[in-house]
Design a protein around this ligand. Structure first.
Ligand code: HDE
Length: 689
C-alpha cells in the first residue's frame, strides 16, 4: 500500500549518520568519559574535583521549572495564519487581519486545565486553545478555550474556582478530575457556573483530537479601524476536520492505554502531512448595538448565538511544524492576554481585565524574570527597541550608552511612534468605585437552557450520564441536592433525570419555564467539517491466512481518503496472506487497544478469521469498537464470522459486510468513518466492558 512506503521513507529519514562531534562541558571542555565519575582507584571514593560530574548533576537538579498553575498539560505546534481578503479593513487596522498577502507565523498550544503536567490527555475537562500570532506589528496572543463561555464572571473568583477543581488539598486526590466534592460544592454555591458546567458535562469536554475541536476567544474584544471606530468582536476557530468527541468509557480507558493520546495525535498528524486546519470566524457587533442583547456582552458566561450574529469566515490557520524540543518551545511558551496589536483592543469584561494582570505575573514567576520574551518561542518578529535592561537571563548585549528617554546621547533613539503606534479605545468611563456585579450579569440559567435545548438526543443522554457520574462521586448528599436545584432552573426534565441517578429526590415541578429557544450551531451533530476522514485511524485485524485483496482494496480507499490504517496481528513481524505473500504487521494487537482507533477493518481469510475468533483480545476488540459506536467493516471470505463471535449484529448501523472486496464496499466504509460514530443507532447498554 502506498502509505506503507511513505512510512518506510519517514523511518529512513530518521536514521542519522554517526556523529564525530565530541561531548563537552558547558564551558566547552571536551570530555572523554561521561559514564564513570572520578575516583581514587576503581572502587575508591569519588572526588569533589570532578567538575564534569558536579556540573552534570547540578544542571540535572535544576531542570524543572514550575508547571503552569492551570493548563499544565499541553502540546503545541507551529503554523501559519492567513486572512482570505482585505474586507476587514473597514473594521480594523490590524495588518494580519487585513492583508491577504501576509502569512503570519503562529505557535498554538492546546492543553487541559485541571491536571498536572504528567496527567492523561483524555480527561473530562475544558481544553485550552492558545494562539500566539507573530505579526509584523508585534505579538498578539489569543488565549482561548474549546468552549465559548467560562465558569465565572469576575477574575477575582478564579483562585477559588481553580482551588475547588484541583485535587483536594488534604490528600491530593483526584488528579485531573472534576468528579469530587470541592468542585461541585463551589458550583452549587456559584450558579454563574451553570452554563459552563453544561458544556463541561457535554461531549465538548471529551475531544477526539485537538484537530477536531472548535476554539473560542471567549471574551468580547474590540476591533478598531484607522479612525479609532470600535466594533465588538468574538473570535471563533472552526476545525476543517469537524468537531468530534470520544465517549466517557473510551476517554477513561484511553487515559490508561495511551495517556499521550491527543499529544501523539497532533504530532502524528503534522509528521504525516495531515496538517490540522481551522477557519477563523468573527462575530461582529457594531458599537451602537452593545445593549441590544438579553445578556451583557461583557459577561464571559454568555455567548452570542450564531443564529443572531453570524460567524463570518475571515481566514485560515494551519499547523504544519512540530517543535524540535518540547521544553524549549511548548513548556517555555509564555502567553499573555495583554499581548495585543494595533487595530484590536480589550473591553471592560471583568474576567478579561483580571487576566490582563495574571498572565504577565505568572510568566515572571514561572520563567524566572522579565526577559522571557527573549526566548526563541516568545520572541516577536517585529523589532524590539526600548530601555528595559538587565535582570536574569538577559540575552541581548545592549551597546547604546543610553538606557533612558528622553536622551540626546543616542540621538533621541528610540523615538515615539506616530500613526503606527498601538492606541487604546478611548471608552468614556464614569461611575462610583464599587465592589459589585452588574445586574445585567444576573441571569445564570437562560443560556444553559439554550445549550441544553440545542443538543441532539444522544448528546443529551451523554450530558445526563456525565452529571450522574460526576455527582455520583460526590460524597456529600447536600451538594448533590444543591446542584439538582440549579439544574431544575435550567430544565426540569434534565434535573429529574440527573436526580434519579444520584439518589436525590427529583424536583416535583419546574421552577423556571423552559424558554424553548435553540441554537443549532451549538450541537456537534451539525459540525461535521469538510475533511472528516483525514487522519482517522483504522485498525486492520490480520492473521495467518488473511485475504490481501480486502486489505488492498479497502486500504487503498482509506489511504485515498486520508485515513491511516494500521495492521494489527497477534505478534509483530509478518504474517502469511491467503495467497502465500507476506503481510507486514504494524503493531502487535496487545500494544494497541481498540479505543485508540476510529474504525476497524476485518479482512477475510477463513484461517485468519478462525484464529482471531479464538483470540479473546481480538474478539473483545470488535465488541468494544461496536459498543463505542465505531464503523466496522468485515470484508472478504468468512470475515463476518468474527462479528458473530463478538456479538455484533451484521445489519447494525455502521457495520459493513461483504464477501468480496470492491470499490463500493470500500466507499461505504469511508462514508461510515466520515459519520464519526453511530452512538444513537446502536443498542449497546447490555454489552459488558
Ligand atoms: Fe487562564 N491562565 N486564567 N484562562 N489560561 C493561565 O497562565 C487566569 C481564563 C487559558 O497554553 C495561566 O501561562 C486567570 C479564561 C489558557 O500556556 C494563568 C483567569 C480562559 C491557558 C491563568 C483565567 C483561559 C491559561 C497559567 C481569570 C479562556 C494556557 C499559566 C481571570 C478564554 C496557556 C499561564 C498556555 C493559562 C490565569 C481565565 C485560558 C495562571 C486569573 C477565561 C488556554 O496566568
Amino acid at each position: 500500500m502506498a502509505h506503507r512506503d511513505e512510512k518506510q521513507a519517514q523511518l529512513d529519514a530518521v536514521r542519522v549518520e554517526p556523529c564525530d562531534a565530541p561531548l563537552t562541558t558547558d564551558q566547552g571542555i571536551q570530555v572523554d568519559d561521561t559514564d564513570n565519575s572520578l575516583k581514587v582507584g576503581e572502587r575508591g571514593p569519588s572526588l569533589l574535583q570532578d567538575f564534569h560530574l558536579r556540573e552534570k548533576i547540578t544542571h540535572f537538579d535544576h531542570e524543572r521549572i514550575p508547571e503552569r498553575v492551570v493548563h499544565a498539560r499541553g502540546a503545541g505546534a507551529y503554523g501559519t495564519f492567513q486572512v482570505y481578503d482585505d474586507s476587514l479593513a473597514e473594521f480594523t487596522r490590524a495588518e494580519f487581519l487585513t492583508d491577504p498577502s501576509i502569512e503570519t507565523p503562529v505557535f498554538v498550544r492546546f492543553s487541559t486545565v485541571a491536571g498536572s503536567r504528567g496527567s492523561a490527555d483524555t480527561v473530562r475537562d475544558v481544553r485550552g486553545f492558545a494562539t500566539k500570532f507573530y505579526t509584523r506589528q508585534g505579538n498578539f496572543d489569543l488565549v482561548g478555550n474549546n468552549m465559548p463561555v467560562f465558569f465565572i464572571q469576575d477574575g477575582i473568583k478564579f483562585p477559588d474556582f481553580v482551588h475547588a477543581v484541583k485535587p483536594e488539598p488534604h490528600n491530593e486526590i483526584p488528579q485531573a478530575q472534576s468528579a469530587h466534592d470541592t468542585l461541585w460544592d463551589f458550583v452549587q454555591l456559584q450558579p454563574e457556573t451553570m452554563h459552563m458546567m453544561l458544556w463541561a458535562m457535554s461531549d465538548r469536554a471529551l475531544p477526539r483530537s485537538f484537530a477536531t475541536m472548535q476554539g473560542f476567544g471567549v471574551h468580547t474584544f474590540r476591533l478598531l479601524d484607522a479612525r479609532g471606530r470600535s466594533t465588538f468582536v468574538k473570535f471563533h476557530w472552526k476545525p476543517k476536520a469537524g468537531v468530534h468527541s470520544t465517549i466517557w468509557d473510551e476517554t477513561q480507558k484511553i487515559a490508561g492505554k495511551d495517556p499521550d493520546f491527543q499529544r501523539r495525535d497532533l504530532w502524528e498528524r503534522i509528521e504525516t502531512g495531515a496538517h490540522p486546519e481551522w477557519e477563523l470566524c468573527l462575530q461582529l457587533v457594531p458599537e451602537e448595538d452593545e445593549h441590544k442583547f438579553d445578556f451583557d456582552l461583557l459577561d464571559a458566561t454568555k455567548l452570542i448565538p450564531e443564529e443572531e450574529v453570524p460567524a463570518r469566515p475571515v481566514g485560515r490557520l494551519v499547523l504544519n511544524r512540530n517543535p524540535d524540543n518540547y521544553f524549549a518551545e511548548t513548556e517555555q511558551v509564555a502567553f499573555c492576554t495583554a499581548n495585543i496589536v494595533p487595530g484590536l483592543d480589550f473591553t471592560n469584561d471583568p474576567l478579561m481585565q483580571a487576566r490582563l494582570f495574571s498572565y504577565l505575573d505568572t510568566q515572571l514567576f514561572r520563567l524566572g524574570g522579565p526577559n522571557f520574551p527573549q526566548l526563541p518561542v516568545n520572541k516577536p518578529i517585529a523589532p524590539v527597541r526600548n530601555h528595559h535592561r538587565d535582570s536574569f537571563h538577559q540575552h541581548e548585549i545592549h551597546t547604546a550608552k543610553t538606557s533612558y528617554h528622553p536622551n540626546t546621547l543616542s540621538g533621541g533613539c528610540p523615538v515615539m511612534a506616530g500613526d503606527t503606534a498601538f492606541a487604546h479605545y478611548p471608552a468614556p468611563t464614569q461611575g462610583e468605585i464599587v465592589r459589585k456585579r452588574a445586574e445585567s450579569f444576573g441571569d445564570h440559567y437562560s443560556q444553559a437552557t439554550l445549550f441544553w435545548n440545542s443538543m441532539s438526543d444522544v448528546e443529551k443522554e451523554h450530558i445526563v450520564a456525565a452529571f450522574r457520574f460526576e455527582l455520583g462521586k460526590v460524597e456529600t448528599v447536600q451538594i448533590r441536592e444543591g446542584v439538582v436545584v440549579h439544574l431544575n432552573h435550567v430544565d426540569h426534565d434534565l434535573a429529574v433525570q440527573v436526580a434519579q441517578g444520584i439518589g436525590v429526590t427529583p424536583p416535583e415541578r419546574a421552577v423556571t419555564q423552559n424558554h424553548g429557544r435553540t441554537s443549532p450551531a451549538l450541537s456537534q451533530v451539525n459540525l461535521t467539517g469538510d475533511e472528516p476522514v483525514k487522519a482517522r485511524k483504522v485498525a486492520v485485524l490480520v492473521g495467518e491466512g488473511s485475504d490481501s485483496g480486502a486489505i488492498g482494496v479497502v486500504g487503498d480507499a482509506l489511504a485515498d481518503a486520508g485515513a491511516v490504517s494500521e495492521l494489527l496481528a497477534a505478534h509483530s513481524g509478518t504474517v502469511q496472506s491467503a495467497d502465500g505473500g507476506r503481510i507486514t504487521v504494524d503493531k502487535a494487537i496487545n500494544t494497541m487497544a481498540s479505543v485508540l482507533y476510529d474504525a476497524i477493518l476485518i479482512p477475510g481469510g477463513e484461517a485468519a478469521v478462525r484464529a482471531l475468533g479464538k483470540d479473546g483480545l481480538a474478539v473483545f476488540y470488535v465488541t468494544e469498537a461496536y459498543k463505542h459506536g465505531k464503523p466496522i467493516a468485515a470484508v472478504g471470505p468468512g470475515a463476518a464470522d468474527l462479528l458473530d463471535k463478538a456479538g455484533v449484529p451484521r445489519d447494525a448501523a455502521g457495520v459493513i459486510v461483504a464477501e468480496t472486496p470492491d470499490a463500493s464496499t470500500a466507499q461505504a466504509f469511508v462514508d461510515a468513518i466520515a459519520r464519526h460514530r453511530f452512538w444513537a443507532e446502536r443498542e449497546v447498554d447490555h454489552i459488558p466492558g
